[in-house]
Design a binder for this molecule. Structure first.
Ligand SMILES: Nc1ncnc2c1ncn2[C@@H]1O[C@H](COP(=O)(O)OP(=O)(O)O)[C@@H](O)[C@H]1O
Ligand SMILES: [Mg+2]
Length: 287
């Protein structure tokens, strides 16, 4: 497989360029990064998802809201490859990945963060980012490892450069050598985001990223997501209970209700939608 020897950071995932990175092909003029079509998932008699379709375009931040039990986590699990749907399909950059492993989806540019932050507590902040970078090998197997071939050294240098740039971007450079355990929740979420950003994802799933953050931290997190989207053309799908955060930071919002898409539109349209207000916002504003 051909792997480019040099990469220009600013063009790697630009939606209007063509790049080839392992399984990941960003085509000329591509816009639909993530497409889910007619997804259904049943648990016994319960329809967790019932014919859900949605599209997230490159460079778009799409919010997903819905009351508890609406199907948000199930949808994330299906997109990230933890669960195979009963019906429907998932496409990343035009390729059907409905039955692909989470690892293959990662190679296609998909990254996610978790509602309960997942970092390696025993590793330093920097090593957390390095551990998240995709190791594409340099050929030559163990022998090349032992003698540290020039290709290996170049790739290792490249990984460290990327990790260092992301630490800087996330404001984590000064604590790069600290263990990731015991960091405040706001910082831990930034480390987890850094892990997701270090390979410059083309599709990013964020599971309740504002949970546990104060207003200033949430705004910082949101501005990092926006700048990532701006720079790399990342398609972002975020699930969030904090409706204000979603309406303030998303280009488009999808509302799930009892396993179906109840509404979809701009933040203003969603805010004013009577069905959404009745089914969700009204309830949310009183809770
Ligand atoms: N593993 C499971 N086994 C049985 N029912 C489940 C399972 N996971 C989710 N459900 C049910 O599917 C529906 C959607 O759940 P979920 O996707 O967790 O919703 P949300 O994340 O929006 O709160 C709920 O009725 C939930 O009880
Ligand atoms: Mg959930």
């Amino acid at each position: 497989m051909h792997l480019p020897q040099t990469r220009t950071r600013s063009t790697r995932f630009a939606p209007n360029r063509s790049t080839d990175r392992g399984d990941r092909v960003v085509r000329e003029g591509e816009t639909d990064a993530l497409v889910v079509s007619a997804l259904s998932v049943r648990f016994g008699g319960i329809s967790a998802l019932d014919g859900v379709s949605l599209t997230v375009r490159s460079g778009e931040i799409c919010g997903l809201i819905g009351a508890n039990g609406a199907g948000k986590t199930t949808l994330f699990d299906v997109i990230s490859g933890v669960r195979v749907p009963d019906e429907g399909r998932v496409q990343l950059h035009g390729r059907d990945v409905t039955r692909a492993s989470p690892q293959r989806r990662a190679r296609a540019g998909l990254r996610r963060t978790f509602q309960r932050v997942q970092v390696f507590g025993w590793l330093s902040v920097e090593d957390n980012l390095l551990a998240a970078t995709e190791w594409r090998g340099g050929g030559g197997g163990v022998l090349a490892d032992l003698i540290a071939s020039p290709t290996r050294r170049r790739r290792e240098f490249d990984r460290r450069q990327r990790a260092s740039a992301v630490l800087e971007r996330c404001g984590l450079s000064s604590i790069a050598d600290m263990p990731a355990s015991g960091l405040p929740i706001g910082t831990s979420r930034l480390v987890e985001l850094g892990r997701a950003l270090v390979d410059e994802p083309s599709v990013l799933l964020l599971d309740e990223p504002a949970s546990g953050l104060d207003a200033r931290e949430a705004e910082r997190f949101a501005s990092l997501v926006r700048s990532t989207r701006d720079e790399f053309g990342t398609a972002v799908l975020l699930v969030e209970h904090d409706v204000g955060f979603v309406l303030a930071n998303c280009d488009r919002v999808v509302v799930l209700h009892l396993g179906r898409v109840l509404a979809e539109g701009s933040p203003d349209e969603i805010r004013d939608d009577p069905a959404v207000r009745e089914a969700y916002l009204g309830a949310a504003s009183t809770s």
